[in-house]
Ligand binder design. Structure first.
Ligand code: DHK
Length: 148
């Protein structure tokens, strides 16, 4: 099972960028935690991509179209990018949208997601644990088809 983990703009700054909002874990910390969980699950290959550039995120989604699932935090592009939403809509694999912060408790411009109509589901507001939950949910769906 091959799962792509995509992080968008400014998420390379996790740990130092507004830790009261995004947490103290770095992106490298999250990668370690996810790799450890993937090892526990077994038969899970992970690839990690972070870019501050919209087109690169589109390229990566296209290039991994034959993988099995995607965990995606598009950062601020969540609220602006038709191009990334179109790239997700063009995939035939489940995508889970993750946000560290609870975007619905924040500024109004963060309440709308171009991703939400084209993803399997969203996890918001649980910090790095949202990525862990997303991995477990994809694993369940891809192994035994649950949750529906
Ligand atoms: C990350 C960002 O960089 C913001 O632009 C989003 C998201 C929220 C997060 O909570 O992970 O609005």
């Amino acid at each position: 099972m091959r799962i792509l983990v995509v992080n968008g703009p400014n998420l390379n700054m996790l740990g130092v960028r507004q830790p009261e909002i995004y947490g103290r874990e770095t992106l490298a910390d999250i990668e370690v935690l996810l790799r450890n969980r993937a090892d526990q699950l077994g038969d899970v290959e992970l690839a990690f991509v972070q870019s501050n550039h919209e087109g690169t995120l589109v390229d990566e989604l296209q290039q991994h179209r034959d993988w099995d699932g995607v965990i995606m935090n598009a950062g601020a592009y969540t609220h602006t990018s038709v191009a990334i939403a179109d790239a997700i809509a063009g995939l035939d694999i489940p995508v889970i949208e993750v946000h560290l912060s609870n975007v619905h408790k924040r500024e109004a411009f963060r309440h709308h997601s171009y991703m939400s109509p084209v993803v399997w589901g969203q996890i918001v507001g649980f910090g790095f644990r949202g990525y862990m939950a997303a991995l477990d949910l994809l694993y369940s769906r891809l192994t035994d088809g649950t949750p529906a």
